[in-house]
Design a protein around this ligand. Structure first.
Ligand SMILES: *Cc1c(COP(=O)(O)O)cnc(C)c1O
Length: 374
């Protein structure tokens, strides 16, 4: 394959020496759980995001679960409360809700942005609705005036699934004034899974918030429910961020704006160069906002398109072929009518968009795409 969909080693190549130094530093430190690398990364991530606190955790799903469980411990959510969530999202968004004993209420996407259609959120609210989980899917902020207003009007907790959108900027300010994803709502979950825009060398995640009580509860829950040594205020878990991963992330975080910028350039170049009526390109509505975790096109006959790409040396992927309400583990939402989500699930194709692609490579991939016909 001349243009694989994604190669993690190529993403890490520019930092390989620094990463190796960081790994060695941890190996020699003797500090293998918590410690200065984790603390420094938390400080750097909070600073980057513009929140008061960041808590390093084991992965993105745990970051989301810990936020919901912490709100339950603090008495702000109760099991059985409804949480509005985009129907078009990765399964982890919904798993976090149900694993905390909460009830997901999926809302259809906007056909233009593929993010949750914020104009449908108010209609989905019932007397049991207590929170919104907004997902910045494919790196595009899912945040606007409508969402902010509904959240305030109904006094809802807003959690961001920021797994795909570190460094993205919303064009409308968040509840605390900032506009960067991760600082828009009351709390946000990050994933540093190796293929995410900021990827570790294994599983890793974080929670950001400017709510001191929430940060404290998340930190305690992630550490056996312990607020100080051998003193357990919650029936907690072990979901801590590994210092090896923290050290790797500290090398890469300072470069994330450069990564976002390059991904934006690639997305704009694709949008300029792809001219094929069989391939619907993504909307670029807020050019400095999205960070293009995925560049997703819509194609009617997906299998034939992807086979054509493979035959021509271009890798692709699908995010996601089976939406949460179609998963066998979710019979409770399988009866919902979510035609836009189903429509997208049959047509979405993710093209290579990693920051190491050169303009020439993108031009050649676009040229290959333009040669696709039925
Ligand atoms: C990757 C991802 C997660 C889960 O993160 P992990 O670190 O893989 O557990 C959650 N939500 C979305 C939207 C994701 O893309």
């Amino acid at each position: 394959m001349k243009y694989p969909f994604l190669e993690s080693y190529l993403i890490n190549a520019p930092y390989s020496k620094e990463i190796e130094d960081a790994l060695l530093r941890v190996a020699r430190s003797g500090r293998y759980v918590g410690g200065p690398e984790v603390e420094a990364f938390e400080k750097e991530l909070a600073e980057f995001t513009g929140t008061e606190f960041a808590v390093g955790v084991s992965n993105g799903l745990d970051a989301l679960r810990l936020i919901f469980m912490a709100y339950i411990e603090l008495g702000k959510l109760r099991p059985g409360d409804e949480v509005i969530v985009p129907a078009n999202t990765y399964i982890a968004s919904v798993l976090a809700i149900t694993s905390a004993g909460l009830v997901p209420v999926p809302v259809e996407p906007d056909r233009r942005t593929l993010n949750m259609d914020t104009s449908l959120v108010e209609k989905a609210i019932t007397p049991r609705t207590r929170a919104i989980l907004t997902v910045h899917l494919y790196g595009r902020p899912c945040w606007d005036e409508v969402l902010a207003e509904v959240a305030s009007k109904y006094n809802l907790i807003v959690v961001e699934d920021n797994a795909q959108a570190i460094g993205a900027q919303a064009s409308f300010p968040g509840l605390n004034g900032g506009s960067m994803t991760g600082a828009l709502g009351h709390a946000a979950a990050f994933s540093f899974y190796p293929t995410k825009n900021l990827g570790a060398m294994g599983d890793a995640g974080a929670v950001t918030t400017s709510d001191a009580a929430l940060a404290k509860a998340v930190r305690a829950l992630a550490n056996y429910g312990s607020d100080r040594r051998y003193h357990n205020i919650y029936k907690g878990y072990n979901c801590r961020l590994d210092p090896v991963q923290a050290a790797v992330l500290r090398v890469k975080l300072p470069h994330i704006d450069k990564v976002s910028k390059r991904r934006r350039e690639i997305a704009s170049l694709y949008n300029k160069l792809i001219v094929n009526e069989l391939v619907a390109k993504p909307l670029i509505d807020n050019p400095d906002g999205a960070v293009w975790h995925q560049y997703v096109v819509l194609v009617e006959d997906r299998d034939s398109f992807r086979n054509y790409l493979t035959d021509n040396g271009v890798g692709s992927d699908v995010h996601y072929a089976v939406p949460p309400h179609r998963q066998p583990c979710y019979p409770e939402i399988s009866d919902l009518s979510l035609p836009v989500t189903d429509y997208l699930a049959e047509r979405v194709v993710s093209l290579p968009v990693a920051e190491y692609l050169t303009d020439d490579m993108v031009t050649e991939i676009a040229h290959i795409i333009n040669g696709y016909s039925k």
